[in-house]
Ligand binder design. Sequence first.
Ligand code: SF4
Length: 185
Amino acid sequence: MVVFLQGRHNIGTIFLIMDKCFQQGFDAKSEQGFICTKLDSLINWVRANSIWPQPMGLACCAIELMGVGGSRFDIGRFGMEVMRFSPRQSDCMIVAGTVTYKMAGSVKRVYDQMAAPKWVVAMGACACSGGMFRTYSTLQGVDKVIPVDVYVAGCPTRPEALIDALMSLQNKIRSERSARGLFSK
Ligand code: SF4
């Protein structure tokens, strides 16, 4: 079977994950080396386990975002430790902090430059709804300029809550109709 995938989700990644599957209980002898699955499941499996975040740290919540990269919370357990500061190399924007009108255009521009498929997590009260800042200068939620997949409450959001949100995002990715989007224009 030949599978064409976009961007960095390439064949090598699939084989790497399949290798892990073999080591964790797949009986290659009795199964004759074949796995039967839906293309959607295969693509979603790869995508959900290789999210590369684009950190959009705009205020204090960004400190908690940094916390998930440390050894205590270790986002690497979910295959998401590769934080990318280039939109070309990332597929999940984590908006952490207050989005001002001055910054909103830049947030949207970075989002637009990310290749599909891409997802957004709004981290903290400010990113979700403007938080306590009902002011002339603050955007009342980043979803006014870009689509948000998961909202995380809190001021500040704890790293555990962000990890929970990223696991929710993984579940969302697992239920997507990815194959249809792959082959249609
Ligand atoms: S939600 Fe609270 S901690 Fe997070 S950026 Fe806003 S004010 Fe700071």
